[in-house]
Design a protein around this ligand. Structure first.
Ligand code: UGA
Length: 450
């Protein structure tokens, strides 16, 4: 099928590339001149495992093209995806300006088409309930063309987005037209493995499904994070509890890993948006508020634990931070716990050295000279008073810990993701503080008196 994707950001590029890989002809529209140049040179502007290779293969084959011209890109399209950003405004409500501008441009492009022209517009961006219906009404008023609108929220995780797209748990389509549902079913045919996985519902249900999914996942994490407080108080182990409850099929094992708080461009934004969506319905959501409060507190609790257990004043202490990205396998630092933790430590007078495998450049833009940037985790830890592990990069679990312990001022590790092995920490002489798990407390071995 002939597909146009407006917006070649993270969601648009993954969507366009994957649709090209299952046989469709895809035109990606990008307004940002620099990004368009990168794409037209055959390079992928974001880091996402597997995306660059897939993009280059289908770009070289002509199956995937890029342009800045909405009008020409929309002209022959059977399906037009709107995949522009819907970022949060400072007050947490959704900024719809990019989507409105894209909708208007598509509308202008369609205005010239007659009633023999048929197109399905798909809103891929995460939008508040009622947006698709509004767009449909607006388009109907503006053009004679036979236009359908469907909502098709995305459930891609950064780091596994290509795989998530090509092997989805489910595809959610919201709309009112059986004809549009059939077109979307045809579009996704190569990746629909079970008929039940292709779900159709009304616009508002699809729109809210997206927010509900992210809020539910964030709630599970916040619940487990709250449990870490009790675990630390009563001497329980959150990992045992995770296995104990995750094996109940009604609960399931996913998204129950406790840590120093969730981040990313989606959970914080969508949970905050849900709070505002509730307010707009004259309902104060206590539950959604609690998810956010627990997450904020957990980041702070991690930083405070470092200060409390350091064994020396934080003022003038050197803390090595391992991991800056909001999770492993990405260079994305948006809403990363590392931002809050580093800020708090610096404010309390600590000297912070930071390392990440991908996200260092992005974090430099925030902390600039305030932080010492290190090329590898071992040299970041050398001479430090403690290590704070914030991102679960698997590479951190296999480091030469005996050597690291020998070079640190104090062999002390705060594991914000519970990803290091307790036995290795004990054997290599570390004082070890995970989240909601029993700690290992040796007597501190300060090499240099403060
Ligand atoms: C999330 C959802 O998982 C996707 O389904 C959704 O499509 C996407 O948002 C979106 O709305 O676009 P993503 O933000 O890429 O995906 O990352 P996740 O893997 O969900 O992780 C989010 C945060 O939760 C990370 O900071 C991670 O460390 C944390 N997390 C995750 C935990 O603390 N514990 C867990 O058990 C899982």
């Amino acid at each position: 099928m002939d597909v146009t994707v407006i917006g070649c950001g993270y969601v648009g590029l993954v969507t366009g590339t994957c649709l090209a890989s299952i046989g469709h002809t895809v035109r990606g529209v990008e307004k940002d001149v620099k990004k368009l140049r990168t794409l037209s040179d055959g390079h992928c502007p974001i880091f996402e495992p597997g995306l660059q290779e897939l993009m280059q293969e289908h770009y070289a084959a002509g199956q995937l093209q890029f342009t800045e011209n909405v009008r020409s890109a929309v002209r022959d399209a059977e399906v037009v995806f709107l995949a522009v950003g819907t970022p949060p405004k400072p007050d947490g409500t959704v900024d719809m300006s990019y989507l409105e501008a894209a909708g208007k441009e598509v509308c202008d492009a369609l205005a010239e088409n007659g009633d023999d022209y048929m197109v399905t517009i798909v809103i891929k961006s995460t939008v508040p309930a009622g947006t698709n219906r509004k767009l449909y009404k607006f388009l109907k008023e503006q053009t004679k063309a036979h236009v359908q609108v469907v909502s098709n929220p995305e459930f891609l995780r950064e780091g596994s987005a290509v795989q998530d797209f090509l092997s989805p748990d489910r595809i959610v389509i919201g709309g009112e037209s059986p004809e549009a549902f059939r077109i979307m079913r045809r579009l996704y045919d190569p990746i629909v493995k079970r008929e039940e996985a292709f779900m159709t519902m009304n616009w508002e249900s699809a729109e809210l499904t997206k927010y509900a999914a992210n809020a539910m996942l964030a709630a599970r994490i916040s619940f487990m994070n709250e449990m870490t407080v009790l675990c630390e108080h009563y001497g329980a182990d959150i990992e045992e509890i995770r296995k104990g409850i995750g094996s109940d099929f009604r609960i399931g094992p996913a998204f129950l890993r406790a840590g120093c708080g969730y981040g990313g461009s989606c959970f914080p934004k969508d949970v905050a948006a849900l709070e505002h969506i509730s307010k707009a319905a004259n309902y104060e959501s206590l539950f959604v508020n609690a998810i956010q409060t627990v997450n904020k507190n957990q980041k702070r609790r991690f930083a405070d634990k470092i200060i409390e257990k350091l064994g020396r004043p934080i003022q003038g202490a050197t803390i090595a931070v391992w991991g800056l990205a909001f999770k492993a396998d990405t260079d994305d630092i948006r809403e990363s716990a590392a931002i809050d933790v580093i800020r708090h430590l610096i404010d309390k007078g600590a000297h912070v050295r930071a390392h990440d495998f991908k996200a260092m450049e992005n974090m430099k833009a925030i902390f600039k000279e305030e932080v010492e940037w290190c090329h590898d985790p071992v040299s970041a830890a050398a001479g430090a008073d403690a290590v704070a592990l914030i991102t679960d990069w698997p590479q951190y679990t296999t480091l030469p810990f005996r050597k690291i312990a020998a070079t640190m001022n104090t062999p002390l590790i705060f594991d914000g993701r519970n990803c290091l092995h307790r036995d290795i920490m004990r054997e290599t002489g570390f004082q070890y503080y995970p989240m909601g798990r029993p700690c290992i407390e040796n007597s501190l071995r300060l090499k240099h008196k403060v």
